[in-house]
Design a protein. Structure first.
Lengths: 336, 331
């Protein structure tokens, strides 16, 4: 028997990652996106009027991480000013929160104090950008997460069982594709009494699954005729297990690619809605809502338009670059 | 178990495919009997219905377009064609197992071979993970894979074709089936590996006293492995006999021509014998005997009347109107 020397197991994903990392632009986009995720995740420690750590009467507290009843009504500016000797505070690098208004510094130019200037209520634009990133990214990920789950379930059932199930699901997909996403979202917003960001995510997810369902259906149609699926059936493996354990891992790569593009789309949709004033409810910042405000001051305050606009532009660009890199990496036809 | 070790009986099995171009009668009135500890070789050209017969027994014919339109498949007297899908699933893998032609594509590329054998065991038997793992390692050593414990962690692409086929055999036999269907298990392998796999199958069959249905188009393989042979042509069985008498004296004109067209080492420069004409399309089969347009012995009756499989000599069944006269007619 011809014996091959034992090699370290090299799984499919390792090959894909190796291909992906050959594409510099995509890797740069991935790095930028990770940085952005990090910024969004660490927003309370980057832009906040609440200190990260402080020592008060010998006790160390983390007021921006944990909730202390005695600090709930604290005016932090006064607290820091009147600090007794021996106590100390560590403030975030940007010591203002996204909702901190400063009426005397309305529409201030970018300066050392406000790197991206202030808006019409004197709020720091950089702080709002940092916090707004959280909204945009969570909308992107949650909405696409919902879309991917629905898409995989319907797509795999249609593709694996075929016949009547396929017929019904394919028609449903065609119907949902015909929904004009934006107007459906506006309708939902009009119907829901108290708007919350969650409805937005749900709505974007519920209309966005069709592309993924079609993709998964196609992959399943291709894979269900494969020998290893027939072999699994010949071993008596139940259908549910064949679908999720045998076929899905082989079909997931294109879904991932599509999901990456989907995140970009969802972020754009949220920005668009917020721009029209139908997004997140007011004091909450999102990139779209900052832009929406900027509309009135386009001629006086360029910084209100430029920074959130650039943020949306670059994050969408990054997701698209990642998606493209991933698509090229998982496509076996491009490999030797 | 039935009389004299009969495990699986296929009676009058017909499987048709309903395609846009018409009905393809891929398998028509096939009778087969598998006995414990014996190998039945099913031979025929590509597209004659060998694989569809196997898939029909397993009830894995893709539906639509395929459908088993008639017949019985009896496993220990129980008709498999009447079972529910759930009941059938408990038969597959545990009572009847199957190995395929392409080991490369028959293993799931994204899982280690170990996890695939473990799954094959755990689908049918309530075993703990570690017990199933032990069984898998044992199966790998049974199919003579070196370093079985280490090989458990290998992905299919890290194994050679022969080793992959061994893994497939290990999976198929993990639950100790009574019947093994081997659909051209050595066609994709090179000749040296082929003989190793064949002797492995022989050994395992003797040890586990399984009934084996061995599908191939290779006469040499049949001669080496089979006890009995069924020759298939255009969806029907044309001749059934024990292997020795069949090779010594084929009684159906098709079988005879098939043997003649095997290249032999001698007579350099002589022409290779072929069977004139082409295999008929399953969509438009000839009337009467399906072989008559290519048969040198065909006469009027062959065009009109379809011959049935009948016993011509002791233990030898032939579907030919002229089976009795073949010795004088074909020299």
């Amino acid at each position: 028997m011809t014996e091959r020397p034992a090699r370290k197991p090299r799984a499919y994903w390792r090959l894909v990652l190796r291909e992906f990392f050959k594409r510099r632009l995509s890797v740069a986009a991935l790095a930028a996106t990770l940085l952005q995720l990090l910024v969004a995740l660490l927003a309370p420690y980057l832009a906040n009027e609440v200190p990260i750590v402080l020592r008060e009467q010998g006790k160390i507290c983390f007021p921006s991480t944990f909730d202390y009843p005695r600090f709930r009504t604290t005016d932090w500016a006064a607290f820091v000013r009147d600090l007794p000797s021996g106590d100390w505070v560590l403030m975030p690098p940007l010591p203002v929160g996204p909702s901190h208004t400063d009426i005397f510094n309305r529409l201030d130019h970018p300066s050392r104090r406000h790197l991206m200037g202030t808006d019409d209520l004197g709020r720091d634009v950089l702080a709002r950008m940092i916090w707004g990133g959280r909204i945009s990214l969570s909308v992107g990920f949650v909405a696409v997460g919902i879309a991917v789950i629905i898409g995989i379930i319907f797509g795999s059932i249609a593709g694996y069982f075929g016949g009547a199930a396929d017929l019904v699901i394919s028609r449903v997909i065609e119907v949902v594709i015909c929904f004009p996403t934006f107007f459906l979202l506006l309708t939902i917003i009009a119907l829901v009494a108290r708007m919350s960001i969650f409805y937005l995510m749900l709505a974007i997810g519920i209309v966005g699954w069709t592309g993924i369902a079609r993709l998964v259906r196609g992959e399943f149609l291709r894979l269900r005729e494969q020998d290893f699926v027939v072999a699994a059936r010949a071993l008596g493996v139940p259908a549910r297990r064949i679908i999720f354990r045998h076929i899905l891992p082989n079909a997931i790569a294109p879904v991932l690619v599509s999901a990456t593009f989907g995140i970009a789309g969802a972020i754009l949709t949220e920005s668009g809605l917020s721009f029209l004033g139908f997004g997140v409810p007011p004091p909450t910042a999102s990139w779209g809502s900052i832009l929406s405000l900027a509309r009135q001051y386009v001629y006086q305050a360029w910084w209100l338009t430029a920074f959130p606009g650039a943020a949306i532009f670059f994050s969408i660009l990054c997701y698209n670059l990642i998606g493209e890199g991933l698509r090229d990496a998982v496509d076996p036809r491009l490999r030797i | 178990m039935g009389q004299n070790g009969e495990v699986l009986k296929v009676r009058n099995l017909s499987t048709h495919f309903y395609t846009g171009a018409g009905v393809a009668k891929a398998v028509q009135k096939v009778d087969l009997t598998l006995k414990r500890g014996r190998t039945l070789g099913l031979v025929g050209e590509s597209g004659c219905g060998k694989s569809v017969t196997a898939l029909s027994i397993m009830r894995l014919v893709p539906e639509p377009p395929g459908r088993i339109v008639a017949g019985r498949v009896e496993l220990d007297g129980r008709n498999l064609l009447e079972l529910s899908e759930a009941e059938m699933r408990s038969v597959r893998g545990s009572r009847i197992a199957m190995i395929f032609q392409e080991p490369m594509t028959s293993l799931n590329p994204v899982f280690t071979v170990g996890s695939q054998i473990v799954e094959a065991v755990r689908v049918h038997e309530r075993l703990s993970r570690t017990a199933a793992r032990d069984r898998a390692v044992e199966m790998l050593s049974t199919v003579r894979i070196p370093n079985p414990a280490q090989r458990m962690r290998s992905y299919p692409h890290q194994l050679s074709g022969g080793q992959q086929q061994r893994v497939m055999i290990a999976m198929a036999l993990a639950c100790g089936p009574d019947v093994l269907i081997a659909d051209e298990p050595t066609t994709a392998l090179d000749v040296t590996i082929q003989s190793q796999i064949l002797s492995l199958l022989d050994d395992l069959q003797a040890r586990l006293s399984m009934a084996v249905l061995f599908i191939t188009h290779d006469m040499a393989v049949i001669a080496q492995t089979a006890d009995d042979v069924a020759v298939m042509y255009a969806g029907t069985i044309v001749e059934r006999a024990p292997v020795k008498p069949l090779f010594n004296k084929p009684l159906h004109p098709y079988t005879r021509l098939l043997f003649r067209s095997i290249p032999t080492g001698g007579a350099r420069g002589s022409r290779l014998e072929t069977i004139a004409g082409q295999v008929p399309s399953l969509l438009a089969l000839p009337t009467g005997c399906r072989f008559h347009p290519r048969c040198p012995l065909a006469f009027e009756r062959c065009v009109k009347e379809e011959p049935v499989l009948r016993e011509v000599e002791d233990g030898r069944l032939v579907a030919c109107h002229r089976a009795g006269e073949i010795e004088e007619l074909m020299k």
